[in-house]
Design a protein around this ligand. Sequence first.
Ligand code: PGA
Length: 285
Amino acid sequence: MKEKLIVANWKMNSDFTKAEAWVGSFLSKSSSKLNVFENVTAVVCPPNIMIDEISANVLEYSFEKVDADLTKKGKNSDDITQIELAKNVDKYRVIKIGAQNCHSEKEGAYTGDVSAKMVAEIGCEYVIIGHSERRKYHYETNETVGNKIKAVVAQEMTPILCVGESKEVRDSAKYINFVIKQLKSCVPLDVKIENLVIAYEPIWAIGTGLVPTAEEISEMVSVVKKVCDGVFSKNVKSYSILYGGSVNVKNSPEILAVEDLDGLLIGNVSLNATDFFSICSLASL
Ligand code: PGA
């Protein structure tokens, strides 16, 4: 069974106090149910400024767990090799960290921006690229998105590329061609991509409470799959397909049951640690 990827996109929400409580709550729930995450990778994408602290909290939790395990066996961390220690710590990293964006250039005069290297250095393994809100409010084009994917891949992180049509495009019945074109224009063919995550997020479903039917999601999953297996087959080694847009605890099982869908990208509902944890648990069933 392929692992499910469940991604929390906090957008520009939360604050340091709420973020600490969120992480504390998620970790304490995980504590008693570690096997829940056997088939699930959970990722949280907070605002950049909170990433460092969240990464540190998650790491501290992992070390505490490893220490507790070793103490039970009458050992301590000096009794095991660095490789064993790293493996054990990784086992307890129940949530991975991602950024919501980064710049395409390595460095330079880009006031207010952060590079892919910077987010990698503070513990990010994923970066959301080309979210419709970045395209709308920051005028990101498919070309910019492609360059950002290259920057993320160069730092050995996994890009989560967002694609999806507007209400007008959906109504014009040209949405399939629109998404195919968006995919082809965003994913660079001249770089090897170890892992690509593609999130199908119809703009009309984001934050609106409107959700496509399972058949509609399935139709787009097949379209994305076809493009990945065809055009991207030479440069993309493995890929996962997510759905995003008004996902909640109640509708998640039906969406997750869509064939070939590998996970979810969750905005609003992911701000609630209990709900996000419940969706991760449902995904592991
Ligand atoms: P939503 O957002 O779950 O609040 O609809 C999803 C997203 O924008 O990634």
